[in-house]
Design a protein around this ligand. Structure first.
Ligand SMILES: [Mg+2]
Length: 135
């Protein structure tokens, strides 16, 4: 599994990388534009990302903007809905409006910081990305 971790806070990104590196190859991006570049390059190659952890609050292009851009890239390529990258939105605030916006923009799951390993594993399991043996 190939995973893109997007967070302007490098410490948060590293925490996720520490959890996720047992389950897949991780790449880190520290801004929205860096995330779009990494996603786009992988999308054009035959080495697409399977999963994105996407921080919502980032300066410049935020997580909602990145999510919209990812879905636009996929729609433009007429990607089958079932084959779209799974996106887990991550934020520091448990803000219902943020949750609504994220789901309207078609993410797959939602995590609130501070990130706990059990939360992350729970989401991966729900998304069907883990074998029983991995848990
Ligand atoms: Mg942030």
């Amino acid at each position: 599994m190939k995973i893109l971790i997007v967070d302007d806070d490098v410490a948060s990104a590293k925490i996720l990388e520490g959890i996720l590196s047992s389950y897949g190859r991780c790449e880190l991006a520290t801004s929205g534009s860096e995330a779009i570049d990494a996603f786009g390059i992988a999308f054009e190659s035959n080495d697409k990302f399977d999963l994105v952890f996407l921080d919502i609050m980032m300066p410049g292009l935020d997580g909602h903007g990145v999510l919209r851009e990812i879905r636009t890239i996929e729609d433009d390529a007429e990607t089958d809905r079932k084959r779209r990258v799974r996106v887990v939105m991550v934020t520091a605030v448990d803000d219902p409006q943020d949750v609504m916006n994220a789901f309207r923009n078609q993410c797959d799951a939602y995590l609130v910081k501070p990130i706990e390993k059990s939360q992350v594993i729970g989401q991966l399991t729900k998304l069907g990305l883990l074998e029983q043996d991995d848990v």
